[in-house]
Design a binder for this molecule. Structure first.
Ligand code: ATP
Length: 304
């Protein structure tokens, strides 16, 4: 089932400011969907449209089959939203904050405490549960914001840079929790600029720039749009023939091949010509490379 459906949605703030420009997307339940794009691309605007905080100028969207514009209260009840500026109370303890927000979502106090304990444990905040939020470090506060967003067991979670500012250990805990939630069927809509991070954790992607969706799908789908072959890196004393190589750092060369099968022939040929090979590796295009290629294509289309 599709957890999120977006149909030709558009958001125009003023004559010259089209923040979201005719985007259509479907995201299946249990996906970790990485919504990627530079500053000002339209990511936050899209989240606000989905959770009913903004009215679209055209088109429509739904979350778990609930129309974003018609039933904001129901959307709110099944969604967790983690933004940079999550609202919480500094004078309350971490647990009291969670209980307060649990009650906002209609949870009994005991239920909020039980659920809060579990989330605080998963996010390594149990020892600080009775500490006032005002004494929390930035990283602790960010993890508590995630616990707050999860207190009512949302079916869809909207996250904005969930690990920025976290130390590696805390980031790992957050990522483990995100992946566990997705396995349980929670759909994660994750906005980020961190492409290596996105490639580690996301199962599908949407790339947005200037309000336009440049591409969407799995990493394999995106590769097919740009280049689905291999980039081979080699350090050799004799250069290969019949391949277009470029010199890269550390005296190495790089070239592209449609199939890995050709690598053995190339090595054989170099060895027969008395070449000495000290390094060979091959890889497919990374999300980062695809992203920059798509951004470049999008930019060229804008110029023409
Ligand atoms: N309320 C508003 N009124 C006018 N323009 C707005 C409003 N909200 C957003 N914008 C503009 O819409 C565009 C998209 O903004 P948005 O916040 O959605 O981008 P973003 O991709 O989330 O960026 P970032 O990565 O920096 O958070 C920007 O040019 C922004 O200035």
């Amino acid at each position: 089932m599709n957890a999120i459906r977006i149909e030709h949605i558009r958001k125009v703030f003023s004559e010259h400011k089209v923040a979201v420009d005719d985007i259509s997307l479907q995201i299946e339940e249990g996906q970790i969907f990485g919504f990627l794009g530079p500053n000002g691309a339209g990511k936050t605007t899209m989240v606000k449209l989905l959770v009913g905080m903004l009215e679209p100028s055209a088109g429509s969207s739904s979350v778990m089959n609930i129309d974003s514009t018609k039933d904001g209260v129901s959307i709110h009840a099944i969604s967790g939203v983690l933004t940079e500026h999550a609202m919480m109370y500094d004078h309350l303890t971490a647990m009291d904050n969670l209980v307060f927000f649990g009650e906002v979502f209609g949870l009994e106090k005991e239920e909020s405490i039980a659920r809060g304990m579990k989330l605080l444990e998963e996010l390594d905040l149990l020892d600080a549960k009775d500490q006032k939020l005002g004494t929390y470090s930035t990283g602790m506060r960010q993890r508590l914001s995630l616990a707050r967003a999860l207190i009512h067991k949302p079916r869809v979670l909207f996250l904005d840079e969930p690990t920025s500012g976290l130390d590696p250990e805390s980031a790992l805990r957050v990522n483990q929790l995100i992946m566990k939630l997705a396995k349980q069927g929670v759909t994660i809509f994750l906005c980020t600029h961190q492409l290596r991070y996105a490639q580690e954790i996301c199962t599908s992607y949407g790339l947005i720039d200037h309000g336009k969706l440049l591409a969407s799908g799995t990493l394999e789908d995106l590769r097919k749009q740009i280049y689905d072959g291999y980039t081979v890196r080699m350090k050799t004393s004799v250069m290969p023939i019949h391949v277009d190589y470029v010199e890269v750092e550390d005296g190495q060369i790089e070239f592209k091949l449609d199939s890995e099968d050709r690598i053995a022939d190339i090595i054989r040929d170099i060895v027969q010509r008395n070449g000495n090979i000290t390094h060979v590796s091959s890889r497919k295009m990374s999300l980062e490379e695809i992203y920059f290629a798509l951004m470049k294509q999008g930019g060229m289309q804008d110029e023409s």
